[in-house]
Design a protein around this ligand. Structure first.
Ligand code: ATP
Ligand code: MG
Length: 313
């Protein structure tokens, strides 16, 4: 992948990577962790936001990483991390408004000085999640190699040669895209990332691959080969490390699994085709207008508003 270009113009607008899928356990936090660490290792200034205010997996990972660096006196790259507080009032609207305000504030604090913002999200559909989707410059959606996971994106037709129709999460992203186009003619580059792929090329995996190809055409998204199911993608979490780190310091030797895992993450980053030059100031201005409009939307609506409405509706 490319490395940081610190000769980039001063007026920076961070490129926002949102990692999301309504399906729980699909690998959102695992991908958020690996994408963030890969970008940090490439020398970019990275900010991270943990919108999963309940589980706080990304936050826990970076806490572990900081503790590892301190206890071993080693330099581990850290992002500027934001962990919005969970709204705990009885009003869902107030809670979302406060979480949105914290997200907007976090992005406002880093957008000039950081190249990337990586946002991990919870497996839920809420108004806030929809807003987070429309904020994405790159939307990364991990999915397991399973027709059940695919069914949330597009209905899988029993006759797999036939089209199925857009399903709930697919529709959510298409709507986020529409919203985004209205704000700044921005395009959300949507990449479906296969995760926990089995090492053996089974018949199921081939069927999934074919179905995904069709899906990509229907939903105008791209498909990344992503990550295989590997212990190394999960075992290092308590240490705050990844396969990309020099694990010798953690008393591990470089295994072939670690090398393969590194290749997969590097391949994923290449497939994402993230920009190395930064976005224009117009993009920044449009985002600010949108933040303001959304903040007043939360303020003006009565409690119990229709969560499917958009700020511009
Ligand atoms: N490529 C992989 N190889 C091995 N284990 C994986 C891989 N990806 C994810 N896992 C494991 O699968 C589980 C779910 O992953 P993760 O927590 O990243 O998903 P998530 O989408 O963030 O879940 P949630 O919806 O609960 O936030 C975790 O135990 C994680 O360690
Ligand atoms: Mg998670």
């Amino acid at each position: 992948m490319h490395t940081a270009d610190h000769d980039a113009p001063d007026l920076r607008t961070a490129h926002v990577i949102v990692v999301a899928n309504e399906k729980g356990g699909s690998g959102k936090s695992t991908l958020s962790i690996h994408i963030s660490v890969a970008l940090l290792k490439a020398g970019f200034r990275v900010a991270t936001i943990d919108l999963d205010t309940r589980q706080r997996t990304l936050t826990r990972f970076f806490e572990n990483r900081l503790a590892f660096g301190r206890s071993t006196l080693s330099d581990v790259e850290m992002p500027r991390h934001f962990a919005p507080e969970r709204g705990e009032t009885s009003s869902a609207r107030d809670n979302e408004a406060s979480e949105f305000a914290q997200m907007a504030e976090a992005i406002g604090a880093v957008e000039h000085d950081y190249e990337f913002v990586v946002i991990d999200t919870p497996a839920s559909d809420s108004h806030l999640m929809r807003l987070a989707h429309s904020l994405a410059d790159t939307l990364v959606t991990p999915m397991n190699d399973s027709f059940i996971d695919m069914d949330g994106l597009a209905r899988v037709n029993p006759d797999r040669r036939q089209r199925g129709g857009v399903a709930h999460y697919g529709a959510l992203v298409l709507e986020a895209r529409r919203q985004r186009r209205m704000v700044d003619q921005g395009i959300i580059d949507w990449v479906l990332v296969r995760n926990r792929v089995a090492s053996l090329q089974t018949n199921n995996a081939k069927q999934i691959q074919l179905a995904l190809g069709r899906l990509a055409g229907e939903l105008q998204c791209r498909i990344a080969d992503g990550l295989h199911d590997r212990v190394i993608f999960r075992e290092l979490f308590p240490l705050g490390l990844t396969a990309l780190d020099a694990l010798e310091t953690a008393a591990h030797t470089l295994t072939s699994s670690q090398l393969s895992a590194r290749d997969e993450v590097t391949g994923l980053l290449a497939t994402l085709r993230l920009p190395t030059r930064l976005e224009s100031g117009e993009h920044l201005a449009a985002r600010h207008i949108w933040f303001d409009a959304t903040a007043s939307y939360y303020k003006d609506r009565p409690a119990g508003f229709d969560a499917t409405c958009s700020p511009s509706a």
